[in-house]
Design a protein. Structure first.
Length: 282
């Protein structure tokens, strides 16, 4: 199918069909994803205590053979430069907020190494996650936002077959991001984010975070790939129960200042003395 521009409504409807579809007798590549948990906090010397508690909740996986890696801005940039080169480093340098840096870095890391990227504000419940690493499909969390109530819709509601409201927006989160290296959807998302960042004139206006590097980017990339291949069951596993595995902690100290991406979207964060992370929902 030839690539053509589709509307936001068409993307939302496409995601809805994927989320509410069930598959039986699946056959897919069983090459396993590396058992690595990757996280990011831009300034490791200014890691808030409450965020560190969220990060440490995943330490119980250490005894199960998982490797946990925490990157800061400097280490993330070094990784991108070493593994991908100047083009991608230049794109990373245009990420003006820690939220954007973490968005872009996770695409770079998962594309090169594979593994599981998790936001630093997610608290692990202790549930089994081994099944997420047993095949090389992209594991992705669906979300649904209700414009009329300005609130998220519960997965127990929007994932039911036929559930729909004209005020709902279906999309995919980029947290968690679990995939093999060189996954075609991650490759597409990284390519799109790189293009948008390099084309942006940050001296004139700053690009919108979510659509450039965040959930909007991954949703569009999934839609582009799956509309062309029509083999979503081979490429992705929709995680309708991720909230049983981890939940984003509220409140956290950084959410009320410029470290929260919502309060800094399209604004120059580099002039601020604050640095940190963010949560990833509408």
């Amino acid at each position: 199918m030839s690539r053509q521009k589709i509307t936001d409504e068409q993307i939302s409807n496409f995601v809805k069909e994927i989320v509410q579809r069930t598959f039986e007798n699946l056959s897919f590549d069983t090459n396993k994803i590396p058992k690595k948990i990757i996280q990011f906090w831009d300034n490791s010397e200014q890691l808030p205590t409450d965020v560190n508690e969220c990060i440490q909740s995943w330490s119980q996986l250490d005894s199960l053979g998982y490797e946990r890696l925490l990157f800061n801005n400097e280490k993330a940039r070094e990784f991108i430069l070493e593994k991908l080169g100047n083009k991608y480093t230049n794109a990373y340098d245009k990420c003006y907020h820690p939220a954007m840096q973490s968005d872009y870095f996770r695409l770079c890391y998962i594309f090169i190494e594979g593994g599981c990227y998790i936001d630093a504000d997610d608290v692990y419940s202790g549930a089994d996650i081994n099944y997420l690493f047993n095949d090389n499909r992209l594991k992705i969390q669906p979300l649904c936002y209700d414009i009329s109530t300005q609130s998220m819709v519960s997965p127990s509601i929007f994932t039911k077959v036929g559930a729909y409201s004209s005020s709902w927006i279906f999309y995919f989160n980029n947290n968690p991001l679990i995939a093999k290296s060189k996954h075609p959807i991650i490759e597409q998302a990284l390519s799109l984010a790189t293009l948008l960042l390099l084309e942006s004139d940050t001296s004139d206006s700053l690009p919108e975070i979510q659509s450039t590097t965040g959930p909007g980017n991954i949703t569009k990339s999934i839609t582009n790939i799956l509309r062309e291949t029509n083999i979503e069951e081979q490429l992705i596993l929709v995680l309708t129960d991720w909230e049983n595995i981890a939940k984003s902690k509220w409140p956290l100290s950084y959410r009320n200042d410029a470290r929260n991406w919502r309060l800094s979207n399209c604004q120059d964060f580099k002039d601020s003395n604050l640095s940190g992370f963010y949560e990833k929902k509408f």
